[in-house]
Design a protein around this ligand. Sequence first.
Ligand code: AMO
Length: 469
Amino acid sequence: MTRTLIAHLSPLPDGPVEVAGWVETVRDQKKVQFVILRDETGAVQLVNPATRALELGGEAISGLDRDASAAHRLDERSRDELDAQRAALALTETIGGLAHGTMVRVSGELKHDERVKLGGLEVKIDTLEVVSEALPETPIAEDSSLDKRLDWRFLDLRRPEANLIFRVQTTFEHALRSYFVENEYIEIHTPKLMASASESRAELFELGYFEGTAYLAQSPQFFKQMAQPAGFGKVFEIAPAFRADPSFTSRHATEFTSIDAEISWVRSHEDVMQMHEQALHAAFSAVVEKHGAAIEAAFGVSLEIPALPFPRIPLAEARRIVAEGGYEIPRADGDLDPEGERRLSAWVKANHGHDFVFVTDYDSTIRPFYHMRHEGDASLTNSYDLLFNGVEISTGAQREHRVDVLIEQAREKGLEPEELEFYLDFFRYGVPPHGGFGMGLARVLMLMLGLSSIRETTYLFRGPTRLTP
Ligand code: AMO
């Protein structure tokens, strides 16, 4: 018989089934034993009516074990019955000794019974095979700290809520990929070993590379832009990015999955935002449809499909809104800080009923050299940040594609054009105007599910003091 996933038991008729998974709890009531068995899809109650085994089998077997000739005299029927009793007794003993986490394979009789709280069904155990034993003491409990849970991430991930996070991630990523593929984007895989920085130099991981030095890619920025003069038109990538960021906030990791897109022939950052919000709309629709009810049950979040278009607010106005709300951001001409982002999002929710907001037209002083500046006002850029439920999840922009302007802007930011020659070459042989965005996957999931840290929504978190497991 093949194994049935626990979530697939419910529609089956009463009858023989095989299930496999790990033991969550054992309730040994002596006259009857209950095991809660869990697999990747759910949990089911197993029952062993042990009474018979203990009362009949125990005595008869021990009697016969003492008197071998009596056993020999038994007729075939009695011997079969005795074997069955032996097996039942062994089963009862095995169940009594099962530690939490033990992996078992079970065959038994499925029975629908409305009185069973867990899913209205149970499986009466015929055979139970211990496939892999667990140590008796589990190193983490429900109330363990997040850090301790991360030490034992493989056990932590057995929680149904953790499992759900990564099912949601799968659906979200799949839907984004489908959006891109349906809209004729090309998927690219850019190298994560680089000869230079692509974002801030301060957050660069350096490593020995044969006789020289290499850097871990902070973003596919340069290479997704390269696809524009390469004539690819529209590209996307979902891949790791690395930042030597020493901060311990709930939203920063040293390695994270970045969702990047870049498209040709944009007229401004508005075209990028439209593509960005449509992709998110498609991905949220898929998540709400597939997991809306489970997310509500597990996290108490009633996830909504974000209405199109998302609100757009220029940074200067965002600063005003936050200031009028009584909060002073650390630098009046700087970016919003986390508290400023929270306040702006709350204002947007109250005034536009939206969980997302594009903050647009950042000052060129706080944007990288490759962002295109406003025509006629070089102090502002054709760029945006996307906030979701009070936190930045993405940065996007139209890029500067005129090589002379690009060189000038690089110099202004203290970068030597010689270091960027390979990148600058992209702009010397014909390049369409273009733009794109980068978005942190774990941040989107954290905010979508109302969780407090990207450590929960990253399969294996990497931070300044965490390189294991
Ligand atoms: P930026 O540096 O703003 O832009 O990054 C884009 C998005 O990536 C996520 N992110 C992070 N997530 C976890 N830990 C980190 N340390 C971390 N750093 C960034 C955030 C952020 O909004 N090249 C540009 C994008 C572009 O213009 O296309 C860039 O990397 O969600």
